[in-house]
Design a protein around this ligand. Structure first.
Ligand code: NAI
Length: 471
């Protein structure tokens, strides 16, 4: 096998700037910093090989350094071709942590980086994985299946251009080293997954009987999806569209496709700047929620000719089709904040006869249709908040990444008792993550009296809610 490379990033001269911003982020990430302090002596991840595939941003740098402080041996890649902040990657590489990530990777480079993050010295694989979207988990599973001659494992990327890239990588590795993936998987004991889309993939693998290791669904910690997906997108969606286009939001008609946690934050983001927001949904509960919040709810077809800004947040495919884009208002802006770019039919748009693509700047493209009408597509249909801006702010990511870190500690500590399956962190830990973030923003918590605790049937120190409670 290839020898383990030290790192590959865009520009090491950015490391000092990255370090300065990491220091600022640390001040805004009290959850991660108190986890560091709490486990400084114990080092619960001592010597554990961890592969991470998660947007290589300043906030992620603080996560990486937390895992390292707990003793881990970390290798990292980004989980999106556009989401790396090059100064963050350089700062991490400068500390000697192998990171393979730069802003604007090709798909071939992306999967090469992912593979490098899995390639520890001595040809060893990881013992633990931190995943965002499930690409590392997917690659290992596909590799093992291929070596087993098993073709039954199918996933959402089947049939896409990207799948051809993955297959080419797998075949190349197989030709050089027929047992590589079994070796990579041999010591693998668990994965913690960051996002809705990756969690869907894990449950699918589980149903197909394919899942190789226990997994913790970090997304469904309350302090993750009800904060990062919601309040994170509320701040980072408008930021992404603004940095890309400088468009005036006030008065525009914005169409938000999907009103889950990300959709709720996205709708609030654009309404906050004065856009008139329309929501599309398939789920009657979410549709009713949007209506009760005061949004117009209708089908995407009904918005044609009216919508100035389109944002997909469904985690589903084919939400905006080529036909939709052909019928949109002139100068409409189209973008996606869901995990994968297949929410918008980008492959069809890019190969449509007579449609011209002009790069305004990286991650901002103007398409001209044969009729002369033009639309803009941001971040080539990939997540706009990370492609055109810098993702969510540190404070909210501290909540998400505290869950990630606690999941890694829990999976590793209990590796001999965990059975293969998909789990969420216990509510007690979820409450603990929230608790770690109160002081920083001056929140004073009320303490239950014993009489009150007995009356509602909870311990004075929590947990305060049943698992059914929806927040
Ligand atoms: P969710 O499951 O809470 O919401 C998705 C919503 O889309 C659901 O309410 C569903 O009914 C709706 N939907 C599905 N098909 C639809 C269709 N054809 N038309 C209209 N609506 C449809 O999921 P969540 O947590 O909101 O995540 C959405 C996506 O965003 C996922 O891919 C997730 O991984 C990603 N994500 C992205 C983040 C970012 O920073 N860019 C942050 C967190 C999540």
């Amino acid at each position: 096998s290839e020898t383990a490379l030290p790192y590959k990033v865009a520009d090491m001269s950015l490391a000092d700037w990255g370090r300065k911003e990491i220091r600022i982020a640390e001040q805004e990430m009290p959850g991660l910093m108190s986890i560091r302090a709490k486990y400084a002596a114990e080092k619960p991840l001592q010597g554990v090989r961890i592969t991470g595939s998660l947007h290589m941003t300043i906030q992620t740098a603080v996560l990486i350094e937390t895992l390292k402080e707990l003793g881990a041996d970390v290798r990292w890649a980004s989980c999106n071709i556009f989401s790396t902040q090059d100064h963050a990657a350089a700062a991490i590489a400068a500390t000697g942590t192998p990171v393979f990530a730069w802003k604007g990777e090709t798909l071939e480079e992306y999967w090469w980086c992912t593979d490098q993050a899995l390639n520890f010295p001595g040809g060893l694989g990881p013992q633990m994985v931190v995943d965002d979207g499930g690409d590392v988990t997917l690659l290992i599973h596909k590799g093992v299946d291929l070596e087993d001659g098993d073709r039954s494992f199918v996933d959402g990327k089947a049939g896409s251009e990207e799948e051809a890239v993955i297959q080419a990588l797998l075949k190349k590795v197989l030709a050089e080293d027929p047992q590589r993936w079994h070796r990579v998987a041999k010591d693998w004991r668990g994965v913690s997954e960051e996002t809705t889309t990756g969690v869907h993939r894990l449950y699918k693998m589980m149903e197909q009987g394919k899942l190789l290791v226990p997994a913790i669904n970090v997304n469904d910690s309350v302090t993750k999806s009800k904060f990062d997906n919601l309040y994170g997108c509320k701040e980072s969606l408008a930021d992404g569209i603004k940095r890309a286009t400088d468009v005036m939001m006030g008065g525009k008609v914005a169409v938000i496709c999907g009103y889950g946690d990300v959709g709720k934050g996205s709708a609030a983001s654009l309404r906050g700047l004065g856009a008139r927001v329309i929501v599309t949904e398939v789920d009657p509960i979410n549709a009713l929620q949007a209506a009760m919040q005061g949004y117009e709810v209708t089908t995407i077809e009904e918005t044609m000719g009216r919508g100035d800004i389109y944002v997909t947040c469904t985690g589903n495919v084919d939400i905006i089709t080529l036909e939709h884009m052909e019928q949109m208002k002139d100068q409409a802006i189209v973008c996606n904040i869901g995990h994968f770019d297949n929410e918008i039919q980008m492959e069809r748009l890019n190969s449509a006869p007579g449609v011209e693509k002009l790069e305004i700047k990286p991650q901002v493209h103007q398409y001209t249709f044969p009729s002369g009408k033009q639309i803009f597509v941001l971040a080539e249909g990939r997540l706009v908040n990370l492609g055109c801006a810098t993702g969510h702010p540190s404070f909210v990511m501290s909540n998400s990444f505290s869950n990630q870190t606690l999941a890694q500690i829990d999976l590793w500590k209990n590796r001999d008792t965990y059975k293969v399956g998909v789990y969420v962190l216990p509510k007690k830990l979820d409450e603990e993550v929230a608790r770690l973030h109160l002081e920083k923003i001056g929140v004073k918590l009320t303490t239950l009296s014993q009489r009150q605790a007995d009356y509602i049937g909870v311990p004075v120190e929590g947990p305060y809610k049943t698992d059914q409670y929806r927040y």
